[in-house]
Design a binder for this molecule. Sequence first.
Ligand SMILES: CC(C)(COP(=O)(O)OP(=O)(O)OC[C@H]1O[C@@H](n2cnc3c(N)ncnc32)[C@H](O)[C@@H]1OP(=O)(O)O)[C@@H](O)C(=O)NCCC(=O)NCCS
Length: 309
Amino acid sequence: MLERAKRAARAALEAWRRAASASHVRQSRPHVTRATLASGLARLGVAPGDTLFVHSSLKSLGYVEGGAVAVISALQDAVGPQGTLLLPTYYLPGGSVRATCAMPDYVFDPRRHGTHMGRLPEAFLASDAIHRSIHPTHSVSAWGRHAADLTEAHHRAPSIFGMGSPWQRFIACEQAKVLGLGISMGPVTFYHALEDAMGDAFPVPVWEDDVKLLACLDHAGRRWDVPVRPFDQAVAQRRIDHASRNDLRDYFAREFDAAGLRVNGQVGDAASWCIPAQAFYAHLHRLASEHVTIYASAAQLAARPIGRA
Ligand SMILES: CC(C)(COP(=O)(O)OP(=O)(O)OC[C@H]1O[C@@H](n2cnc3c(N)ncnc32)[C@H](O)[C@@H]1OP(=O)(O)O)[C@@H](O)C(=O)NCCC(=O)NCCS
């Protein structure tokens, strides 16, 4: 009884905080609509039939009339009925893969568990015709033409980003693109697809030795034990998404610009970018062969000039 009251109080407090935060954005930022967002996406090269993996910051777009739902509608407008959207609806109750693996009674349940990846993934998860992959730390949600195929085998994949995972299937789609809406080159999960595909040949040992089996329920309530290998903590500290690695984010942005692979533009009020997935992957592979990875040291970056032909 007391627990239920505490939960209700926490939810009310969060709803109040969100309303205050949205009101601040409404008063302080330019207003944008579903239509202006869709035209910004078209300028980035997003086209009907595309399969988009989207990482986002809602706040950076300006004040979106209609909120996160309007952004999802704009994305759907941009890729059209033959297109596909993928969003990271990861649920990490421990705060990290490692800490989640250490939770003794954790069982992922897609029917109960939301996402910790922000307001857009949250709204996407709550929208119609979504397919959600079964994964204890990196559950991906998809809408559209390839949605079922991209998500259906995640719980049977040998690793988070390995064969059968949404990322490996995404790369195989024609017109696959990674889209950053108001984000830097930091929080981009796609990088890890190369690590899992290269395995021991990847120049940095990014994983801990032990593979854990984490329990999940599928949409029908059947139980699966899914293999998860935490990131090595020390290595993760020097990764491109770590607060201290502005140098790496800047290097990757300039490198992908110089390679002519990154299309930059405004979506609403947000500096945004889009990179075709196959070319993204091939270029990451090439950079890895030159010792530039999302873990590279300042010395490694200095040793390889940006845009080396
Ligand atoms: C962390 C991150 C999500 C923060 O971005 P953000 O814009 O602050 O957060 P969200 O996208 O959740 O948007 C919520 C904010 O939108 C704002 N907002 C609310 N209504 C809004 C509206 N109608 N229009 C625009 N902004 C609005 C609010 O300020 C809200 O902030 P709050 O949490 O204080 O209420 C973002 O920087 C990021 O890293 N995104 C990528 C995440 C990801 O994909 N990770 C996986 C890769 S490893």
